[in-house]
Structure formats: structure tokens, C-alpha cells
Write a protein that binds this ligand. Structure first.
Ligand SMILES: [Zn+2]
Length: 371
């Protein structure tokens, strides 16, 4: 899983540079999945393995010991190059690695520093707007309080650089009741920059239909609604997300391509999909870039944004995703139109979107790019 296959269609270095400088948006990006590797090195130095591993249940320790990318970090983490950690041969190994990293966020300061490191990385890539998904339960489980978490979410997002709004992943694996409880605890802290909710996790065991009450509650509170669907499960999960949860966007949703009626519905009702091609390949939802349904969905008029999902774990950036879309046969002007979709489909008021879209238009004008 360390190297991704792609077709050999050449992409001009000028277009890569043009994309790198362009003001861009990310709408499907998990906070911990975006942590710069150097930041995780800092945590490995800060926390001796003995301290951290004492909190890990034996069944997880056994899993960590099974994988040669994680095993060296259980003994003397600073003796191993950090990139070694982010190399996997299977989806289970990726999941184990993701879980392993969760044990190193032990204080509110770690959480705050994680946000700062991610914001700094996004700003350096000219991402000017990001809706970052945060799985609060992971940090609550480490003993950080909801009050500390929400304070960090608000205060760090106020700093200069990329404009950040938050989407709470209520983590479907915790079950319908627990997700409702987590939402209520979050809302009690009145986070200013929370714009919406989503659910990540195991779609098979916890399909959308189980979370109707959660989504009704979030809707009552004026939150925007997205959900991971049509990734592990087929088009029925997307229909349930639309009809039962009444979501405004769908996280991934690419398996909608298996149902022509659903494709028409998404296009006619202008329901955007948050598409993350490299993630889909690394998690084995798609075989390779050539067979990814992005071009079919785009050609059918389904609104789309391009995203990275867990860029550090999947070795990608938003510019990389654009270049992969080029190799799928999407032309340069359509790539720019899809990037504009990142602003158009954001959960922010129309006047804010208009400002970002004008920035994008000005940038294209300065580079004599018309679409
Ligand atoms: Zn995701």
C-alpha cells in the first residue's frame, strides 16, 4: 500500500505548480490523519513507550507486535525513521497503525499542538479553507475533557492562516446511544466553529439507518449533515443517508456509481460527494485510479469535491489528488471546476463562499487560465 498505481498520462509541471499556488479547500480531512509525520516524532520523543503502552489493552498490543512497521516503535521509537511507521501492506495494518498513534495524545496541549501543526501544513499548501473532521471520543478516551477539546477547537481556529471549521465525527462504532451522548456533551460546551457532524467507522456493522435520532437532533441544532456512506457499503447506504439521515453531503459515496437512479438523484438534487481517490485505493474500495468512478460521476453531473481524507497515512496531498484525477482523464479546466466545488459545497454562508470563489477566479486570471 505504500505506492499507488496510476496511469502514465503525463501532467505538465506547469499545471502542478499552478495547482500548488492556487487557493484551495478541503472538505473531507480527518485531523489525526493529517498530522505531519514530524509532529508525531515529537510525540514519540515526549512519551516513553513504557508510559504509553501501559494504557494499551493486551489484545491491541498483540496486534501492534504483529506488524513490522509498528513493532520498532514499541521499543525505541526515536531510533527508527518516522516514515517507517506509515508503510503498510494491508488495510488491517493501516487500521492498526492509525490506532497506535491515538495513544500518544495525552493532554489538551498535545491536542492543541496537533491542530496547530495541521493548520500550518495546510496553510503551506495554500489550502485557504478546511472543514476538518475530529473524532472527539479518541481524545476523551485519553482523559482530555470535552471543555478542553472545545476550547482548543475554537481558539486554534481563530489564528491566522487557513480558515478552519469543524465537523464532529461521532464515530458510529460507539453505537447510536453513545453518539447521541457525545453530541449532547459537545453541544453543552457551545463550540463556535462547529459546522456539522459525520459518522466514520464500520459501515457494515453500523449502517446509516441506526442513527436517525442522532441526525434529527443535530438538524434541530442547526448543524450541517454529512456521513461516510457508499464506501464500504453499496448504493443502498447512500439512499439511507439521504432519505433517513437527510444528509446534505456524502463522505465518499462513490459506490453510488452502481445505481443509475441514484446518480440521477444526486445530480438533480445537487447533493455533493466528498471524493478521496487515493483513500479509496488504499482502503481497497477501488482497485486502481484507472477504475475509479470519479470521471463517471463527474460526467453525470454529480457535484464533487476532491479531498485527501487521511493524507499522512495515505501519502497524498490535494495537489496529488488533482494530478491523479488528470490521469483518470479529467481535463485541466474540469479539475479547476472541481476545486471550485470545494468552496461551493462548503458548510458556510453564501457570502463567505463568494469571497473564496473570487480569490480563486483572481488567481486563475493572474495566470491567464480560463475555464
Ligand atoms: Zn473519512
Amino acid at each position: 500500500m505504500t505506492s499507488c498505481t496510476s496511469s502514465n498520462t503525463p501532467v505538465s509541471p506547469d499545471f502542478r505548480e499552478f495547482l500548488a499556488g492556487m487557493p484551495k479547500a478541503e472538505l473531507h480531512l480527518h485531523l489525526r490523519g493529517a498530522m505531519p509525520p514530524g509532529f508525531f516524532s515529537y510525540l514519540l520523543e515526549k512519551y516513553p513507550p513504557k508510559l504509553v503502552l501501559g494504557d494499551v489493552p493486551k489484545r491491541f498490543l498483540d496486534i501492534f507486535n504483529r506488524y513490522d512497521n509498528i513493532r520498532p516503535f514499541l521499543k525505541s521509537p526515536t531510533a527508527v525513521p518516522i516514515q517507517t511507521l506509515f508503510k503498510y501492506c494491508s488495510f488491517d495494518q493501516f487500521l492498526a497503525t492509525y490506532l497506535f498513534t491515538s495513544y500518544f495524545f495525552r493532554t489538551a496541549a498535545d491536542f492543541r499542538n496537533l491542530i496547530k501543526a495541521v493548520r500550518s501544513e495546510l496553510t503551506s499548501q495554500n489550502i485557504v479553507y478546511a472543514e476538518i473532521t475530529v473524532s472527539l471520543i479518541e481524545y476523551l478516551n485519553q482523559g482530555i475533557t470535552m471543555e478542553e477539546l472545545t476550547l482548543a477547537l475554537d481558539e486554534t481556529a481563530d489564528e491566522p492562516g487557513v480558515e478552519v471549521m469543524w465537523i464532529a465525527d461521532l464515530v458510529r462504532n460507539t453505537g447510536p446511544l453513545k453518539t447521541l451522548e457525545t453530541l449532547d456533551r459537545l453541544l453543552a460546551c457551545c463550540p463556535r466553529r462547529l459546522v456539522g457532524i459525520t459518522l466514520g467507522g464500520n459501515e457494515h456493522q453500523f449502517p446509516p439507518a441506526q442513527f436517525e435520532s442522532l441526525y434529527a437532533r443535530a438538524r434541530e441544532e442547526g448543524l450541517h449533515l454529512s456521513v461516510h456512506a457508499g464506501e464500504a457499503l453499496g448504493p443502498l447506504s447512500v439512499w439511507d443517508a439521504l432519505e433517513i439521515l437527510k444528509v446534505e453531503r456524502v463522505g465518499h459515496g462513490i459506490r453510488a456509481v452502481e445505481d443509475p437512479t441514484l446518480i440521477t438523484h444526486l445530480a438533480e438534487h445537487k447533493i455533493p460527494l466528498e471524493i478521496c481517490p487515493t483513500s479509496n485505493i488504499q482502503t481497497q474500495v477501488c482497485r486502481d485510479y484507472e477504475s475509479h468512478p470519479l470521471p463517471s460521476l463527474h460526467a453525470a453531473g454529480v457535484p464533487i469535491s476532491l479531498n485527501t481524507d487521511d493524507p499522512t497515512f495515505f501519502h497524498t496531498t490535494l495537489v496529488d489528488e488533482c494530478l491523479h484525477a488528470c490521469t483518470m482523464g479529467i481535463d485541466e479546466s474540469d479539475i479547476v471546476a472541481i476545486l471550485a466545488g470545494g468552496f461551493q459545497h462548503a458548510f458556510i454562508p453564501k457570502d463567505r463562499k463568494a469571497i473564496f470563489l473570487q480569490q480563486l477566479k483572481n488567481y486563475c486570471g493572474q495566470h491567464n487560465f480560463s475555464n
